[in-house]
Design a protein. Sequence first.
Length: 135
Amino acid sequence: MRRSVLLLALALAACGKTLDELSSEQRRATWTAGNVYPADYRAELVAHLRTYLNDPTGIREAAISEPALKPVGYGDRYVVCVRFNPKRGGGGYAGLKDHLVVYAGGKLDRYIEAAGENCKDAAYAAFPELERLTR
């Protein structure tokens, strides 16, 4: 029985189309359907960085922007800019850097270290939850 269910799931997955195989209208509609406001974006980002950073303790100058729709991929996605100064592996601090976080379906989808132009106009606010991170 379990094997039948697994085979059925695999067969159904093979019938699905990727975004590249859809018409431009279908692609845009599918992409737009993923634009759900990330209600728990701060807590989700803190949880991600706790595991992503080698040493999540002692972060300084943490700041975050509100989620905003910006062009990403096939259309718009909710993105958040985050800026902080993490500890380096050998001690000391790495310096203040901007990061871009992309949300799809209301959940963290991508974390990009080099935010570049995407965060140049971001309106940052204090992010004390990130500064209080522990291991």
